[in-house]
Design a protein around this ligand. Sequence first.
Ligand SMILES: *Cc1c(COP(=O)(O)O)cnc(C)c1O
Length: 366
Amino acid sequence: MTGPVPKPWIMEIAPYVPGRATTDSGKKAIKLSSNENPLGTSPAARAAFEAASGTLERYPDASATDLRESLAARHGLDPARIIYGNGSDEVLHLAAGAFAGPGDEVIFVKYGFAVYEIAARRVGAVPVIAPDADYATDVDAILAAVTDRTRIIYVANPNNPTGTYASKDEIARLHAGLRPDILLVLDHAYAEYIDGQNDDGGMALAETASNVLVTRTFSKMYGLAAERIGWGYGAPALIEAMHRIRLPFSITIAGTAAALAALGDTEFVEHTRTHNAEWRRWFSDEIAKLGNAGLRPVPSQANFVLVLFEGALTAEVAYKGLMEAGYIVRWLPGQGLPHGLRITIGTEQETRGVAGVLRDLVERAG
Ligand SMILES: *Cc1c(COP(=O)(O)O)cnc(C)c1O
């Protein structure tokens, strides 16, 4: 007798590999592999989380009214058009679950977020990979990949793992080139980190277009990765369809309380943004100085930098050298980047430490 047989498309999924927290030898190290907030969490969010321990026996509010209304007030949005989930990962999955199925095509870029492929395959859809333009999102390549079967396009902006950013004009051009029945998902997990008022226009599109969903998260800038609060914004018909398949209680009371408090702590958010911008610039400059040795920083608008190794020092050797020195970064050979390391911007000390180790490794590689 054989057991239950998984659907064939499920067996084609390569499981998600999370950023590591321990070294090869099992030692705890400085974790710069998951783009978490190096400054921690807003103290107000921590206090709200602790206070929520008084209601452990209760189910959360399935309609997340407080969260939706606070987000709407903060961002000038309509609360009825907000969906929420167990991290924005759940919202990304809801989009695939509601709008793609067996035989449909889902497009994302070559160096894209690993969850898109899993979300597409999970529902039996076919992932279609659009080539990049020197690691950045190439709108023409995405448009060229569209067929009659295309149902969803996922674009992270800024993108992960490259950190690159597509301008408002580029996003508008992408949207204008799509049939109205194709859902454009703009993943804004790192939107808070972009320089200046350089908004990509995604929220305005989600407000006016029938086929744009913007996703956001409390995991990065707000320092709440542990609590899994993400959300999305789009036309009422999109939101209504996704609600039908949402797990009713996928966000928790404590997580919601922490998110509401984090939303109110604009000082913490500003501090994080300023810190990240300063050290992202410093770190990118330090890497650029190692250009003779073949190191190259991909221009980033996120809270990490993708460093390319195109000389004697390989990404693999640098990855291992950093690990020996106590820093865990992200090496992504499984995502077509055996020659790159994605490094989260840490505290000043951590960021200086990583740059110092890389300088030493370059010298040793001669
Ligand atoms: C981190 C990240 C997310 C957010 O994940 P959560 O589930 O909200 O923690 C979404 N998209 C991208 C591209 C990310 O890097």
